[in-house]
Design a protein around this ligand. Structure first.
Ligand SMILES: C[S@@+](CC[C@H](N)C(=O)[O-])C[C@H]1O[C@@H](n2cnc3c(N)ncnc32)[C@H](O)[C@@H]1O
Length: 248
């Protein structure tokens, strides 16, 4: 996944309530593993709360941002945060964790074969009674819509980076089980001609019906599902698909 970390972080700032949700679900736990920990947005507050956190991240720029944030933490907190370069589809940490978390749709970065390998690795890294907790978006509506190619990019957001104004457009290409989302950033620096930068993120999505089967194939069982971080149930209106799973 190639993207400019600065542009990515301006746009992708999490889902309202997600950090507090993961903090609550990890409260009082000694060991937490976050897969695809990005810039440490979720891992750092959990380490602040007292857990020992291992964060695994493949993107060198995101890992560097997380490590820079860790360096600014009080030494006792920083000592609880172990940030490692690695692939969440292929890892062996030689330890088990009470919580394995995969926040903010990171699981959709993996194609089905790699996602299966990731789930097998997660099962190997959970303590008995441990929990896998992740959130994605429910793919049901997209799956029903069928294939499409939005040729005209659509404006989605305007963000600022100091005195630089950035208009963001999105172009989606959908095939069953996969959506390629291209973000086009139109960047206006004072006194300069606007420039454009783009990157594409691919999401290998799941429907709510598929998800329990995909977990079961790796020896994991769905224990709880929510439709948003405010605790609402998973129904047709749900914006998020939040899953708590255990072994067996
Ligand atoms: C949507 S971001 C979520 C970041 C962080 N969990 C958060 O909530 O802010 C997904 C992250 O997963 C990372 N990622 C994608 N594929 C990965 C892989 N195979 N192994 C490890 N990290 C991966 C990306 O680089 C990115 O930082």
């Amino acid at each position: 996944m190639a993207f400019d970390v600065r542009l990515y972080r301006l746009l992708h700032r999490g889902t309202p309530g997600d950090v507090d949700f993961y903090r609550a679900r990890c409260a009082g736990r000694a060991s937490v593993l976050e897969l695809g920990c990005g810039d440490g947005r979720v891992a750092i507050p959990i380490a602040r709360d007292g857990a020992r956190v291992v964060g695994l991240e493949r993107h060198p720029g995101m890992l560097a941002a997380a490590r820079a944030a860790r360096d600014a933490l009080p030494p006792a907190v920083a000592a609880r945060l172990d940030l490692r370069a690695g692939d969440m589809a292929d890892f062996a940490l030689g330890a088990r964790f009470e919580r394995v978390i995969v926040p903010y749709t990171a699981l959709y970065c993996l194609d089905p074969a790699r996602r299966h390998r990731c789930l097998l690795r997660i099962a190997e890294h959970l303590t008995p009674g441990g929990r896998l907790i992740f959130d994605v978006w429910p793919g049901d509506e997209l799956a029903e819509r069928g294939p499409f190619d939005d040729e005209a990019p659509e404006w989605i957001d305007g963000v600022r980076d100091g005195d630089v104004a950035i208009e963001v457009f999105e172009r989606d290409v959908h095939r069953p089980g996969r959506i390629d989302v291209t973000y086009i950033h139109q960047i206006a620096r004072p006194g300069e001609m606007p420039t454009r930068e783009r990157y594409t993120l691919t999401h290998h999505y799941l429907t709510t019906a598929e998800l329990p089967r995909v977990l079961a194939a790796a020896g994991l069982r769905v224990l709880e599902q929510l439709g948003d971080f405010d605790g609402r149930p998973l129904d047709d209106e749900a914006e998020r698909l939040i899953v708590v799973a255990g072994l067996g």
